[in-house]
Design a protein around this ligand. Structure first.
Ligand SMILES: [Zn+2]
Ligand SMILES: [Zn+2]
Ligand SMILES: [Zn+2]
Length: 365
């Protein structure tokens, strides 16, 4: 891979992901077989008030389910198997204003999923069954990540060149938390779960012999097309302060939710084996919506070196000053929420600094 342009492998991986996202799914209900049209990925309304715990939001559920319009059987949009969750689980009207938090279970065994199918009236008596779809398979995680990135880019592009302040952060934070969800390996909660696998990680046999996560080429390429690195770099620069080299703690605290979300994304990138995103020059391209409409990626979409030369890794390595300043602030105040906020940001920064040191030995970047 070169620092400039997009490699053949990345182009192919992106093309595969695009084909997956725009393909219809065949209903598996015996005697039905209806072709379920592809989901709408470029118009997902993310809630603005948003926490990491409630991620992914219900707004994304229509994109990751394939609900048969004829018989209402629900399928995983990634692999096409029936999921056993209710027909309303794809984000129909019943969910829109319920405010229901996702009950996340790591991954159901596809063959047993159908047998747990809820019967009519189930929801009238019991709470809705947990939905296995968000972490069902690598393919559905890829679609989820794509939906989150398109939503992020649309909001980022809508901001235009305006000053990116605290108000502008708001619509970006939900998609970032959703992205982290789809990048992160499922929690190893069930003994039935296969070994943890993150988004698009290579299937068995193909992976790193040391067991280190290895991302499919589509993932770093997709992130390279997106505006997420642009936004992350802008935030990190703003927090690093001015020419005097003093960290701007005020900015860190005022925009703490945005910093928190970006630190989580950077951490997830390292954990998912996507270090290549961190070492390439940050650019500002047309973003994932434009790529998704066209279906092909060109050199202009990713890694265009605009001469600035900033990489996310370079910016991460300058974070020690911000961490020290945040610690100092936490030590100098007695207001609980401020102390908590500052410590949470310190922890996020510390993880990235350690990940950077440890990752350097492994991947030689
Ligand atoms: Zn059907
Ligand atoms: Zn699946
Ligand atoms: Zn579901």
């Amino acid at each position: 891979m070169t620092a400039r342009g997009i490699s053949v492998t990345e182009k192919q991986a992106l093309a595969q992901l695009h084909a997956l996202a725009i393909s219809p799914v065949r209903c598996t209900n015996p005697g039905c077989g209806t072709l379920i049209p592809p989901a709408t990925l470029d118009n997902i309304p993310f809630p603005v008030a948003f926490s990491a715990e409630a991620s992914p939001p219900r707004a994304l559920f229509a994109a990751i389910h394939a609900c048969c319009p004829a018989c209402a059987q629900n399928h995983c949009r990634g692999c096409g198997v029936p999921t056993g969750c209710d027909g309303n689980c794809h984000g129909g009207d019943a969910w829109h204003d319920s405010g229901a938090a996702l009950v996340h279970i790591p991954r159901s065994h596809p063959s047993s999923a159908a047998s747990t199918s809820p019967r009519n009236g189930y929801n009238a008596i019991y709470p809705p069954p947990p939905c296995p779809v968000p972490s069902h398979c690598p393919a559905v995680r890829a679609i989820g990540a794509l939906g989150a990135l398109i939503a992020f880019d649309r909001a980022h592009i809508a901001m235009g060149a305006r000053d990116h302040g605290r108000a502008a952060d708001k619509p970006l934070i939900g998609p970032l938390h959703a992205l982290v969800f789809f990048l992160s390996p499922p929690a190893p909660a069930s003994p039935m779960s296969p070994p943890a696998s993150g988004l698009l990680l290579l299937a068995d046999g193909d992976g790193d012999p040391d067991g280190a996560p290895q991302a499919d080429a589509a993932l770093p390429a997709l992130l390279g097309v997106s505006r997420v690195p642009t936004y992350a770099a802008a935030l990190l620069r703003a927090g690093a302060g001015g020419a005097r080299g003093e960290a701007d703690v005020g900015t860190w605290m005022a925009r703490a939710p945005a910093y928190g979300a970006v630190l989580r994304v950077l951490r997830a990138l390292g954990d998912a084996g996507c270090q290549s995103v961190l070492v390439r020059p940050v650019h500002s391209g047309a973003g994932t919506p434009s790529w998704f409409r066209r279906g092909t990626a060109g050199d202009d979409d990713v890694w265009r070196d605009e001469g600035g030369g900033d990489t996310l890794r370079g910016l991460i390595r300058k974070l020690e000053g911000s961490r020290a300043a945040l610690l100092k602030l936490a030590g100098a105040t007695t207001f609980g929420p401020t102390v908590e906020k500052a410590h949470a940001l310190c922890d996020g920064v510390l993880y990235l600094l350690l990940q950077d040191v440890l990752g350097e030995d492994e991947d030689g970047y």
